[in-house]
Design a protein around this ligand. Structure first.
Ligand code: ADP
Ligand code: MG
Length: 776
């Protein structure tokens, strides 16, 4: 029996799931799978494991002696929830434990184990029957993270196996209980999926008390960045509105750090009367935030956190110093004139919250704020459903989310900040109504919400390249991926194609379709398998620094401004730099009086300079767009990585900066995870030698082994054919591997102006009125 402290017991009884304890346990005892839906904060994560524990699960002498396992898509939730449940049960961290990729408290005495879904997936690779466990709780299923989806698929099979084996020998094998928990009612992908569960599992709805939340949209969606806008809104709330915690949703670590710093500067966390000791304590606590987690290949795997690592982090150059502190006169929804802005009578207790923040700093959000202060938590999505922060009355929502995107034709992944879904914006708003009526301030207009927000977020599996998914499943020894019961299956043809590509890359055996040693190593990198392959074979002739630069550039995307956007980029307008000739030309342009002519001339000039730059960077190898990319990355670092260089070379500064960061990260991953491999961290590189250039072309071809196009005349002439002679590539058709349609070399390629090569390795094929090839 469990003896809880009276305060804890009382707080539990307020939680909606506790009213349903009996119903929930009955359903679990009578069904192999049960789905529990309940509003965030209703007590699912903290209480359901305790119900299981009290019902005898995990007790050595019971019918269900195995561990109670609870999975989370986020490390932060696994750690903090295990601590909370241990405390509520009055047990130690060796009994209620957690395990995340690089940290664990598990012991032989562990009864309840919180872990990330990635950890359980890896355990499945060792022990497919999950023999250690009597019950598995899969939490936050509504998030539809890739690992959760795959986990639900795998576990549906484990269930059947365990049931069959236990029929054969009831003493030795016990059936497994599975509980899927979701913060929303949108679970039909699981319940109605026949390949997943033979008969639809029961869905238990927990009615949560939710106070009304008034939603206030901005009149207009501001063009200034949302961090500045959030700052303004917080300032208004804090200076004008009654007591109550503020929860702010931003997209990533950088934005959060910037905003916290600014808020702390504007509203010091302690009153002027605070003692020196109080100040020292506060300083010490803030210092908890500074400890950085080390990024290794292992923890850079496909966990939700990784979106916060700064991959593709949009550096908005948020500079609030410039920000206009004058009150805007425009009246605003949610604020009336009576509410004069006044000196706030309470200090603002500002806390950041994101997954990579050290645990000790994260847990501060659950502490009561110092007496007389107002709590203000600045968080990522992690506060949307994973963690419930007590006492929140106001929510400020930027409406954005950083998401992994995937372009299935180019195979290139990106991390982009875009609008979140209506469902998730409503989740965020709901956070304001836990303890009483609340307010949600949306930093965008209702028109944007109505017209530009999707109803629901896309499951991660559809935002991921399939070959990456397939490779990680194979590295878990799930071999027949095409039969796998995905909650939302990718297309069959896509999966077969992914397997073919993996076989070409040597990641899986082409006959057995099983993962190879090389494949296992490739699975470590948070990259498309073709890029991982290039990195792993990139060590020959000291090419690795170049391969890292190329892979980074390809992953980020083409940094060159497209020539059809030339009219926006006006390098001709800047007065310094450029060669003499250009200066002369520029001066000539200025002298032309009539504006239209000048305009036309200016465009012509810009275009001329644009092509000049393109030719300059192709100097390394005039037949390769990708080596042109390498050249520009090298030249950029050499010039000191300046905006000026970007402007002069028609480059997007943001893209160049992202490439720079990714290079650092990949270099780090390789040095920490491939023993014996030494790569220079120095971003500057000497240009490659001719031997290295040849090696690089081979490495590229190995990575893009499925992306080779043959000139159509040679393809039809057969091996003996000589093919025709061409003067230019214009209109010369090529055959690609995955399509019957002819493709043509893109006018933007350095190849376009030369005679057409017999074979081309291409990175992307895209469709316009024609199918274009762009590549090597
Ligand atoms: P759900 O999983 O349904 O979203 P939880 O079980 O996470 O709900 O939370 C139930 C309640 O417990 C919430 O009101 C939350 O504020 C509180 N809670 C959770 N973790 C902690 C903690 N570490 N410290 C204090 N309160 C907590
Ligand atoms: Mg929860």
């Amino acid at each position: 029996t469990v003896k809880r402290k009276p305060g804890i017991q009382q707080a539990r009884m307020q939680l909606p799931v506790c009213a349903e304890e009996q119903t929930i346990m009955e359903a679990i005892n009578n069904n192999a799978v049960v789905i529990i839906c309940g509003e965030t904060g209703s007590g699912k994560t903290t209480q359901v494991p305790q119900f299981l524990y009290e019902a005898g699960y995990s007790h050595p002498d019971s019918d269900n002696p195995g561990l109670i396992g609870i999975t989370q898509p986020r490390r932060v939730a696994a750690v903090s929830m295990s601590k909370r449940v241990a405390m509520e049960l009055g047990l130690t961290e060796h009994e209620v434990s957690y395990q995340i990729r690089y940290d664990a408290t598990v012991s032989p005495k562990t009864r309840v184990k919180f872990m990330t879904d990635g950890v359980l997936l890896r355990e499945l690779a060792q022990d497919f029957l999950l023999t250690k466990y009597s019950a598995i709780v899969i939490d936050e299923a509504h998030e539809r993270s890739l690992n959760t989806d795959i986990l639900i698929g795998v576990v549906s099979r484990v269930l059947r196996l365990r049931a069959e084996l236990s029929k054969e020998d009831q003493e030795k094998v016990k059936p497994l209980r599975v509980i899927i928990m979701s913060a929303t009612l949108r679970v039909s992908d699981f319940t109605l999926n026949k390949t997943l569960f033979d008969k639809p599992p029961p869905v238990l709805k927990v009615d949560a008390r939710q106070y009304p939340v008034s939603v206030h949209f901005n009149k207009r969606t501001p063009d200034i960045d949302h961090v500045t806008e959030a700052f303004k809104k917080i300032r208004k709330i804090h200076t004008r509105l009654p007591a109550g915690g503020i929860l702010v949703f931003l997209t990533g670590q950088n934005e959060i750090s910037v905003l916290c710093k600014k808020l702390r500067k504007k509203f010091p966390p302690l009153s002027p009367k605070a003692s020196a000791r109080q100040r020292a304590v506060e300083k010490e606590k803030e210092a908890l935030e500074e400890k950085k987690e080390v990024v290794t290949a292992k923890n850079a795997e496909v966990e939700a956190e990784d979106l916060e690592l700064g991959e593709g982090e949009i550096d908005k150059n948020v500079d609030l110093e410039d920000f206009d502190f004058d009150e805007d006169t425009e009246d605003e929804e949610g604020f009336t004139d009576e509410e004069e802005e006044q000196e706030p009578d309470a200090p603002l207790h500002v806390l950041p919250l994101y997954s990579l923040l050290p645990t000790a700093a994260q847990l501060r959000v659950f502490d009561d704020p110092p007496p007389g202060t107002r709590l203000c938590v600045v968080a990522t999505n992690v506060a949307e459903t994973s963690l419930t922060i007590p006492g929140v009355k106001y929510v400020v929502d930027c409406g954005k989310v950083k998401e992994r995107r995937y372009d299935s034709t180019t195979g290139v992944q990106s991390f982009e900040i875009g609008w979140t879904s209506k469902a998730s914006a409503d989740q965020r708003a709901g956070r304001a109504g836990r303890t009483g009526p609340g307010h949600c301030y949306r930093l965008f207009s209702s028109a944007v919400f109505d017209n530009e927000f999707e109803q629901f977020s896309t499951p991660e599996i559809n935002r991921m390249p399939i070959e990456g998914v397939v490779l990680s499943m194979k590295s878990m020894n799930i071999d027949t991926v095409t039969n796998f019961p995905f909650p939302t299956p990718p297309e069959r043809e896509h999966m077969a194609k992914a397997e073919r590509l993996l076989a070409y890359l040597g990641a899986i055996d082409s006959d057995t379709k099983r993962v190879t040693e090389l494949g296992r190593t490739m699975a470590m990198f948070p990259l498309s398998p073709r890029f991982s392959k290039m990195l792993l074979i990139g060590q020959q002739h000291d090419c690795l620094p170049y391969v890292i630069a190329i892979v980074s550039a390809l992953s980020v995307g083409d940094p060159f401004i497209k020539d059809y956007h030339l009219d926006d980029a006006r390098p001709g307008d800047s007065d310094d730099g450029g060669s003499d000739n250009e200066d002369v030309a520029r001066r000539e342009v200025k002298e032309i009086r009539r504006e239209e002519v000048a305009e036309k001339e200016r465009r012509k000039l810009a275009r001329r300079m644009y092509y000049k730059v393109q030719t300059k960077h192709a100097g390394l190898d005039p037949t390769s767009d990708i080596l042109k990319l390498l050249n520009v990355v090298g030249a950029y670092e050499f010039a000191g990585a300046t905006e000026k260089f970007c402007e002069d070379n028609f480059l997007r500064p943001k893209a160049m900066d992202e490439i720079h960061k990714l290079r650092g990260q990949l270099t780090n991953l390789i040095t920490t995870n491939l023993p014996g491999v030494d790569v220079l961290v120095d971003p500057r590189m000497c240009p490659p030698t001719p031997i290295q250039l040849r090696a690089l072309r081979q490495i590229l071809a190995a990575g893009f082994i499925d992306s080779v196009a043959l000139r159509a005349d040679l393809a039809s002439a057969g091996a003996a054919g000589k093919g025709r002679k061409f003067k230019s590539t214009r209109g010369v058709p090529y055959r690609v591997m995955w399509s019957d349609e002819d493709a043509y070399i893109h006018p933007g390629s350095v190849l376009y102006h030369d005679s057409p090569p017999e074979m081309v390795v291409y990175q992307e094929v895209f469709k316009a009125s024609r199918v274009w090839l762009k590549g090597e």
